[in-house]
Design a protein around this ligand. Sequence first.
Ligand code: F6P
Ligand code: MG
Length: 525
Amino acid sequence: MTSEYFPPTATRLPFLERAANTTRLHSGEPLLSPRIVLSLGNLPRKREITIDSNWPMSPSKVNPENPPWPVFRGYHEFSFAHATMGHRLPTILGKGIDDVIRTLNDQSGEDEIIDLVACIERMNILMAELSENATLRPIVDDDEADVTLWNKEIAKHFQGRTFMSAPWVFAEAYKYRRLRECFSVSKYWKDYDVFFRQKCDTFSRSQEAVFELSMRFAEVNQLPAEMDEQIAVEKERLMFHELTQICLWGNSTDLSLLIDMTEEQIKSLQSTGGDHLASTEKNILGNDLPQLWDTVKALKAAGGGRIDFVLDNAGFELYCDFVYADFLIQSGFAKEVRFHGKRYPWFVSDVTRKDWNWLLNTMVYGQLFDKVSDQERRSLKKLGMRWKEYEKQGKWIYEQHPFWCSGWTFWELHSEAPDLFLHLSRSDLVFFKGDLNHRKLTYDCAAPASTPFEKAIGPMASKDGAPKVCSLRTIKSDVVVGLGEGGDGTAKRLDKEEPGWKISGKYAVVLLSPGKPGKIVDLKS
Ligand code: F6P
Ligand code: MG
């Protein structure tokens, strides 16, 4: 596995001390001197956020400064936000710098080299700002389509906020936008992806699961025409059930969390065997699979619908999404599948257009896997060719709206990107894949685990025109909702019995909101 990266001691230690001090003082701002250590033994001990009767905020009052429930922030030491902002982000950025240096060492042209060195310098500045818990500055106008989205939110809601004091989901997203800026202002390296090598690498290391699926799905799956109708429907239901789970668990191995994982651990997370799926279904803590089945069955009865995927990770997860989307097309549940990716490298492993093309082309033309049989090789190629054909026929469509790489949560999608809301409202079912999408759907808040999904996603369920939303998410961060009436008890028990259950990727949710069909009015309200 990849090695850990620590920023140089000189920049790292002050940050850790400042972060700790920041928390002790219950203030978001950094202290001036990093060496002051206060003795605060008489203050109350650090506690988790308690949710009293003032929560949730009424949806009309919600904005980034007034989240519906208490929001996670980097200075919350009890949360994954703290570990991410203090340790994981510098590690990820450090590995990014290593990647650029590797590219730099392969260059021969002076202009390109000078330009790339400047990118590294900007990355170093970002590392220092992260380390020093700097105030979040506006994004430079680099001609990206999202500059206004970013700067409006900073100016309106987060002036003077720091990496640790801004809401975690915003601060984390901001770091990836700043990373983008390191390259977007360059001349030769605008589209450089510091994570591209890692993304390709993880797919090539997923060999076992990749061929397990390609050998099953290369041939089009058709149920015999003479099969009794009821039996055929039941067979289809069972397949839908298992494939939804494959698509779900494909999310458990995102690169940002693989820093410390062995190859064996990755393999076990990617296991796609029937027994394994049955045993992991009990780990789906909020499970709307039956309702999801009713939804797609109705679509088929109506001649097939439009299904959207707001994608998460490239490589193996995207491959699982494709297997699932292929099944949805073949079985007549969907006539058209729209995939929504990112415009630039995002949260390490998220899908960009380049990742999408890479996967399809490597399946058809690549020589990534050496110890495989001819049959296996052919099965992968056949799948890849079929999927490319879907694209040519317009059955599969890749899109990348700027909003997906912004700091806004999806509670604000209808107001900050009304065109996108309108577009999604025309879909019959929108899957949101993964942890980050789930955090943005739910405002990344400490809502009680029993909170109904529909309530937790606010306007994405309640606004006129809201589509049916399905979150397929392995739980990899603090927010957990939709666990049903006994959900608070379940969460409490797991807190006690399995500390770390919220970040292990061992548990998951499949949550569906019913949508709110109707005339879309008043998009700006
Ligand atoms: O850094 C934390 C995080 O943002 C969490 O949401 C999750 O652990 C990971 O990064 C991204 O996961 P995913 O790829 O499933 O959105
Ligand atoms: Mg991701």
